[in-house]
Design a protein around this ligand. Structure first.
Ligand code: NAD
Ligand code: UDX
Length: 462
């Protein structure tokens, strides 16, 4: 049986886990993951992978050197592969036209140009990155502009994994989406991609569409998910003002089968590399296509999220007698969610930034995030006296006036909060930005405890 050779350009949070799963499920497929970042490629060959994901290391170790390879030889991988996944970053543009909203497609374009320049023979180019609708058209034009006699098919195959549960999501996805050109060549390219996923994903979960539907579905899915969080976070502010409990409200509405229970967890605000970027991109596209009302509808989801992050920091300052200047505030967690070392757009950065502006001293503990990364993101030097990174939660909380849970790491549920309380200044304030703690038990210790959308005890009584 002939072996299929595929490669993936981009060895990040999506490229790495996705390709590891394909290698694990398809032993007759040779998978090469390439990247311009030498350090990252080197790390993929060690026990300290550049991406922390539960279950990822085991799969990588099982297939590495057999049918899963990591390399910086991008040209070689392009030449050797029939199918080329493009999984490079598509961040929000920070310059020029569309700055702050449009997706920066320079990395995707660089890949298309590289493929066009070095390909020897026909290729299927698969968009794994999240891209604005109609990008496949641009990629195809670039690929075909060199006139070197190669034929290309561009297929859209957006990724829906969430960080922290990537391996589970890849193993058992709700659906796999594959969009292609509605021509015989396009259909056959789509079939080739379907064949890969069909090894482990039930056929009825593999959806095929036209190119534009596939591209737009990815942005839309993220916009809908983020919208639910902003909606429940908006209600959390009203809960705090009225005595309702946001978790009770979420449960009550989530039992309506039309609404459903998932993604209704009020929080300090959503983070991550995708939601904000993709909504801003959607907003930009709507404006571009002359739909300002649609654009401002979606923009509000991001505005509400900004409000939620700011509101959290303000509540801390207000509770601490309107000044946190010179006071130690412990932040438990820095990653944008549990079970990942990713900090992109984490609410922690905004909350810490607001508190630093108020001249607080910040002590941070996160079980997975590199201390140097936190210091860099907060724009402080390693010997800063205003920010310290601690080896555990107890050290962070010692001599603190306020403790704030920012990331819902499981270990924060099980801390000895009495021990923490004893070593804090009094009154000791606790803010649970994830609603993972039993506030009654925390209050019984002596804390003045606040949750998100959780009323202060005085507000609840009639
Ligand atoms: P990432 O930053 O972790 O990885 C991207 C990698 O691409 C980097 O290692 C970078 O060095 C590499 N790269 C950039 N330009 C290159 C080039 N010209 N040649 C070779 N390598 C190059 O990003 P990510 O989180 O993996 O996201 C990738 C894409 O997938 C984005 O479009 C993102 O929106 C989308 N996505 C991300 C997630 C997620 O949870 N992170 C989920 C679904 C979709
Ligand atoms: C998201 C999408 O879920 C995924 O399908 C897509 O492929 C990439 O973007 P990710 O950002 O990795 O995944 O994590 P997700 O679980 O969606 O969480 C995003 C943010 O929302 C996190 O900060 C999380 O803490 C927050 N969140 C999530 C809430 O505040 N409340 C919720 O109910 C769910």
């Amino acid at each position: 049986m002939t072996r299929t050779r595929i490669c993936c350009i981009g060895a990040g949070y999506v490229g790495g886990p996705t390709m590891a799963m394909i290698a694990d499920k398809c032993h007759d497929v040779d998978v090469t993951v390439v990247d311009i970042n030498e350090e990252k490629i080197a790390a993929w060959q060690t026990e300290e992978l550049p991406v922390f994901e539960p279950g990822l290391l085991e799969v990588v170790k099982a297939r590495r050197g057999i049918n899963l390879h990591f390399s910086t030889d991008i040209d070689g991988a392009i030449r050797n592969s029939e199918m080329i996944f493009v999984s490079v970053n598509t961040p929000t543009k920070t310059y020029g036209v569309g700055a702050g909203r449009a997706a920066d497609l320079k990395y995707v374009e660089a890949c298309a140009r590289r493929i066009a320049a070095v390909a020897e023979g026909d290729k299927i180019v698969i968009e794994k990155s999240t891209l604005p609708v109609r990008t496949a058209g641009t990629i195809k034009r670039i690929l075909e502009a060199t006139d070197r006699g190669n034929r290309f098919q561009v297929v859209s195959n957006p990724e829906f994994l969430a960080e922290g549960t990537a391996m589970r999501d890849l193993e058992s996805p709700d659906r796999v989406l594959i969009g292609g050109e509605r021509t015989p060549e396009g259909d056959s390219a789509v079939d080739r991609v379907v064949d890969i996923y069909a090894r482990w994903v039930p056929k009825d979960r593999i959806l095929t569409t036209n190119l534009w539907s596939s591209e737009l579905s990815k942005l839309t899915a993220n916009a809908f998910l983020a919208q639910r969080i902003s909606s429940i976070n908006a209600i959390s502010a009203l809960c705090e003002a009225t005595g309702a409990d946001v978790d009770e409200v979420a449960h009550a509405i989530g039992t309506d089968s039309r609404i459903g229970p998932k993604f209704l967890k009020a929080s300090v605000g959503f983070g991550g590399s995708c939601f904000q970027k993709d909504i801003l991109n959607l907003v930009y596209l709507c404006e571009h296509f002359g739909l300002p009302e649609v654009a401002s509808y979606w923009a509000q989801v991001v505005e509400m999220n900004d409000y939620q992050k700011r509101r959290f920091a303000r509540r801390i300052v207000r509770s601490a007698f309107n000044t946190v200047s010179g006071k130690r505030i412990a932040l438990l967690g820095y990653a944008f969610k549990k079970d990942t070392n990713d900090t992109r757009e984490t609410a922690a950065r905004y909350v810490a930034g607001d508190l630093l502006e108020e001249q607080a001293n910040i002590a941070i503990y996160d079980p997975r995030v590199e201390p140097s990364k936190i210091m860099h993101e907060l724009g402080v030097s390693q010997d800063s006296t205003q920010v310290s990174i601690c080896a555990d939660a107890y050290e962070a909380c010692r001599d603190a006036h306020v403790v704030a849970v920012i990331t819902e790491w499981d270990e924060f549920r099980d801390l000895d909060y009495r021990r923490i309380y004893e070593k804090m200044y009094k009154p000791a304030f606790l803010f649970d930005g994830r609603n993972i703690l039993d506030l009654d038990a925390i209050r019984a210790i002596g804390f003045e405890a606040h949750g998100i959308g959780k009323p202060a005890p005085s507000v609840v009584s009639l």
